[in-house]
Design a protein. Structure first.
Length: 160
């Protein structure tokens, strides 16, 4: 028979796991960056600034008014929105019970009232309860939007 010369089994060279290839270092850096930024990104996606939520509600009031809701209802909704905004910024215990001139003073303390006229402030404070409520709701909504946009930057965040 043929005598073939066979070689012994050759094992592969030892694979070195260290140092990893440059692609593994890049993947590790990306994974580390993602792990550090993911909590902040999730918090930002789940929570919205209070002023943004307030402006969104203001747009809802405008939409209802455009769809034929009574002006008196829009004024009531707007007054409630402004009150909730003040309470959210300053706290419920000290500011929820104030009415009339005290409430107007709180609005002024939180942000300047240069956008509101005296008639609009009077309407927000107590005239909205009268049966013959005459006012320019569009200008009141514009003044409210200016007031909301002038609110101080706050760390207060509210979840949706």
């Amino acid at each position: 028979m043929n005598q073939l010369e066979l070689r012994d089994i050759h094992l592969p060279d030892a694979s070195l796991w260290w140092p990893p290839a440059p692609g593994w270092w890049l993947a590790l850096l990306l994974l580390l960056a993602l792990a550090l930024l993911l909590p902040r990104l999730l918090r930002r996606l789940r929570h919205r600034p209070l002023s943004r939520l307030t402006l969104d509600e203001l747009e809802l009031i405008r939409g209802e008014l455009a769809n034929g809701a009574p002006e008196r209802r829009a004024v009531d909704d707007l007054a409630r929105l402004l009150r909730r905004t003040v309470i959210s910024y300053r706290g419920r215990a000290a500011h929820a019970a104030t009415t009339g001139a005290g409430w107007i003073a709180e609005l002024e303390q939180l942000a300047p009232l240069e956008g509101f006229s005296a008639q609009q402030l009077q309407l927000l404070a107590r005239d909205r309860y009268r049966a013959d409520c005459d006012c320019d709701v569009d200008s009141l909504l514009q003044a409210s939007e200016r007031w909301i946009r002038s609110l101080p930057r706050s760390e207060t965040h509210v979840s949706d």
